[in-house]
Design a protein around this ligand. Structure first.
Ligand SMILES: Cc1cc2nc3c(=O)[nH]c(=O)nc-3n(C[C@H](O)[C@H](O)[C@H](O)COP(=O)(O)OP(=O)(O)OC[C@H]3O[C@@H](n4cnc5c(N)ncnc54)[C@H](O)[C@@H]3O)c2cc1C
Length: 433
């Protein structure tokens, strides 16, 4: 929380911190049974996670200053030089195998990186998550060895940019009603259709994309593919102009007879829904850390301001009404963080104990449902506590609010998350009955 801590590892690169993980001991190899975790996964210690958090904070102090974050919002342009910097710092392959350049640190670690990047810039962090979680982690979970060897090193080093495309104009919450088709041809598939609201879409080299291989089978006819955007027939119709998350480039994509070789089918034919849903739980978990960072950013702003701003001869923070609001903001942040990190710890710890990395749908959906709604409230409180200044674009309170609102919509809306949690209960109780 405190913005005045002194990191212990200022001069150390994250890759050095995590070096021992790259060499697999027999015990580690046994622990690597989880299908949700990378090959060399060992649950990180609390000290590992503290060091990681400090490294990300140090990176942000150097590379994503408040002025830089404001410029990204104003220009609405992602700073593409950031990918290589993320790669060099080791942030892009947090959940990926060491064999491909990853750190094999698991989901607690990924949540921490996401939280701290979001604290510096919501939009840069959203693009980061689309690349490192939606694209890279889907490859880690579902890719063949050949696919991992081909795609992961470039994505993890930051030379290539990744994205994931499932949504369409007419298929958002009801994503399995997608219309994009993949027709079998000699040696592969021809993809036709459009994809909407795709984060990193305008810049991506590789996109995990879902299309119907057997349209008449409905949701049981969807297959996932790895699409190379240099393939003829692929184009970006528009880079979209958004309320918030400005600088995270979002695009509408067009597929006009785009050939994808059979070797780039991700997971089994017609089993795309499994790939999609499997990825969505973990996507929600990692994305739930975005609102945490935004809540931290709001507190970073208002705690000093309300203690320095004098009205009626005293700091405004000395008024009980202001204290109550600050207390609520802080408590919402801490409660949300505890929720997210406890779910991430359960996923990591069960894998480290030789299990399959317990992923409970209701917990992943619950973590993002809760943190996203709290972040919007906390951002609104930040504006209120700063009075007229909070309403000015020279301070980031407004940007934090605009960025926070996305998390109630992207990766499934709050309504859909409630539905998903309710359905998970129905499934359990039907089974129990
Ligand atoms: C900035 C941004 C980035 C995104 N990035 C990506 C990306 O990288 N990849 C990708 O594939 N997609 C991406 N999306 C798309 C996102 O996942 C969808 O916008 C989201 O799933 C909601 O779908 P929709 O917009 O079609 O809303 P709709 O489905 O049209 O929903 C409209 C409203 O109706 C409600 N609603 C719908 N169905 C029900 C129901 N059954 N019960 C109750 N309420 C319901 C919704 O909750 C919502 O309030 C992104 C979106 C945004 C805004």
């Amino acid at each position: 929380m405190s913005s005045s801590f002194v990191p212990r590892l200022l001069s150390r690169n994250l890759r050095q911190i995590c070096k021992p993980r790259a060499s697999l001991t027999p015990l580690n190899a046994r622990r690597a049974a989880s299908s949700k975790h990378s090959k060399g996964f060992v649950a990180p210690s609390n000290d590992d996670l503290i060091e990681l958090r400090e490294s990300v904070q140090e990176f942000c102090r150097r590379e994503i200053t408040p002025e830089f974050a404001q410029k990204v919002d104003q220009t609405n342009e992602f700073p593409n030089e950031m990918w290589k910097k993320f790669g060099d710092a080791g942030f892009l392959g947090i959940t990926a195998d060491a064999d491909y350049g990853g750190l094999a640190m698991g989901y607690q670690a990924h949540c921490i990186v996401m939280e701290e990047l979001s604290r510096a810039s919501g939009s840069i962090a959203l693009s980061y998550a689309a690349h490192s979680q939606l694209c890279i982690n889907q490859l880690v979970l579902n890719g063949s060895q050949a696919q991992k060897e081909k795609y992961l090193p470039g994505l993890i080093s930051g030379e290539k940019i990744g994205a994931l495309a499932m949504s369409e104009h007419s298929a958002g919450s009801d994503v399995v009603s997608m219309k994009t088709t993949a027709k079998a041809v000699d040696g592969g598939y021809l993809l036709n259709g459009t994809k909407m609201w795709i984060t990193n879409g305008p810049d991506a080299h590789h996109i995990i994309i879902y299309a119907k291989t057997t349209p008449e089978a409905g949701k049981n006819g969807i297959t996932a593919f790895i699409l190379n955007t240099s393939t003829p027939g692929f184009s970006v119709a528009t880079k979209l102009d958004k309320l918030g998350m400005r600088g995270s480039n979002t695009g509408e994509l067009i597929l006009d007879n785009v050939f994808v070789p059979t070797s780039d089918t991700l997971g089994p034919l017609n089993k795309g829904v499994k790939v999609l849903m499997h990825g969505l739980d973990l996507e929600r978990l990692v994305l739930s850390a975005g609102p945490l960072g935004l809540m931290q950013a709001a507190l970073d702003l208002v705690l000093p301001y309300t203690h320095q701003r004098i009205q009626f001869g005293i700091p405004v923070a000395h008024n009980q009404l202001v204290q109550a609001r600050l207390a609520d903001m802080y408590t919402k942040y801490r409660a949300s963080q505890a929720f997210t990190m406890s779910v991430a710890a359960a996923v990591d710890k069960s894998a480290a104990a030789g299990g399959d990395g317990e992923v409970r749908t209701q917990d992943c959906a619950g973590a993002i449902l809760y943190s996203a709604e709290r972040a919007t409230e906390v951002a609104l409180d930040a504006i209120q506590l700063m009075g007229g200044m909070g309403y000015m674009n020279e301070v980031p309170a407004g940007r934090i609010l605009r960025d926070a609102k996305l998390y109630e919509i992207g990766a499934g809306t709050s309504e859909v998350r409630r539905m998903v949690i309710g359905r998970a209960f129905n499934k359990e109780w039907t089974r129990a009955g």
